[in-house]
Write a protein that binds this ligand. Structure first.
Ligand SMILES: [Fe+2]
Length: 320
């Protein structure tokens, strides 16, 4: 069965089919991941995983999906979710991360916000995200695009204010409407027993900093009683994996402007790579990986210097 560049490959051993996702093209065939283990219905009673099947089909092949092979139901499935956040107009970094996600294989990609501002290519980043069709969470910098009065409450640093205004001027109304469609938070199933909660800063705020060092009692208040096996937020630009009262908290870091350390509004040191995370759920077993993708610093510098965004000169210096 084929859909786009993907192919589902079945290997049948007795009554069990192992299904892998592979890419094929130009005579090459590359397996991305083992995704499903199916078993004949006659050997296994009615599938309890119909919800997952629907989501799996949607994530890979669009809303029509592909049918399961005749007579089979799912015995075990692996679901891989890629988390990207804080792209901040850095098209080169976004392309590098999406290439890496494609190479590893993912069933779905979700974006935790702050997509367009500060970097040199806000429109190109928005167009790539729109084509990707991934769920997007509303970051504080996203909200600044259609609620300009919020910026002054967040920062008084002149170059940041000017850079946000520059980005708003670059965006056409369609792009602003796309940003307006982002959600404050979102809960997704990872499998039939685990859920993933997505937000930008915390479930109730896109400007609060959730850190590895945040006191447990403060964190309780920030999470506001929300529950999910994995809770994922961005905003601090610092990768993090933390266990809190049984939940896993993950920050995938920043695609476009990853920080060396927490700065709390002060000037950052930008790291020379792009960051993201993946969550894998296999038969109820959840695992999380933090990734760092190397970038071409000379190309980043050239891109930063190609526009008159007032903050890009500083970014170019950091890439030198
Ligand atoms: Fe950000």
């Amino acid at each position: 069965m084929r859909a786009g560049r993907f192919k589902l490959c079945h290997t049948l051993v007795a009554d069990v089919a192992f299904v892998a996702i592979a890419t094929c093209g130009a005579g090459r065939f590359e397996m991305l991941k083992l995704d499903l283990i199916l078993v004949r219905r006659t050997c296994f009673p009615a599938s309890p995983f119909s919800k997952i099947v629907r989501q799996f089909r949607r994530s890979l092949f669009g809303h029509n999906g592909l049918p399961l092979p005749d007579g089979f139901c799912i015995l075990r499935q692996s679901m891989r979710t890629a988390l990207i956040s804080d792209i901040h107009g850095n098209e080169l970094a976004l392309n590098a991360v999406l290439d890496d996600i494609h190479r590893r294989g993912a069933d779905q990609t979700v974006c935790l916000g702050d997509v367009a501002t500060l970097g040199p290519r806000p429109l190109a980043v928005l167009e790539r995200l729109q084509k990707l069709g991934c769920a997007c969470i509303l970051g504080n910098h996203d909200e600044f695009m259609f609620e300009p009065s919020l910026v002054a409450d967040y920062t008084r640093i002149p170059v940041l204010l000017e850079a946000v205004a520059w980005c708003r001027d670059e965006l056409l109304s369609d792009a602003i409407d796309f940003i307006r469609s982002f959600q404050g938070s979102l809960k997704l199933p990872l499998d039939d027993r685990n859920e993933l909660l997505l937000f930008h800063g915390t479930p109730e705020s896109n400007v609060a900093d959730l850190l590895a060092t945040t006191a447990p009692e403060v964190l309780d208040a920030m999470l506001a009683g929300q529950q999910a096996t994995v809770m994922a937020g961005g905003h601090t630009h610092i990768q993090m994996l933390r266990q809190h009262r049984g939940f896993l908290l993950v920050n995938p870091g920043s695609v476009g402007i990853p920080f060396k350390e927490y700065v709390g509004g002060g000037p950052p040191t930008v790291l020379p790579h792009a960051e993201y995370a993946t969550i894998e759920s296999t038969g109820g077993n959840v695992s999380i990986q933090l990734h760092r993708v190397p970038l071409d610093r000379a190309a980043l510098r050239k891109a930063a210097l190609s526009v008159d965004n007032p903050i890009c000169a500083s970014l170019a210096e950091m890439y030198a």
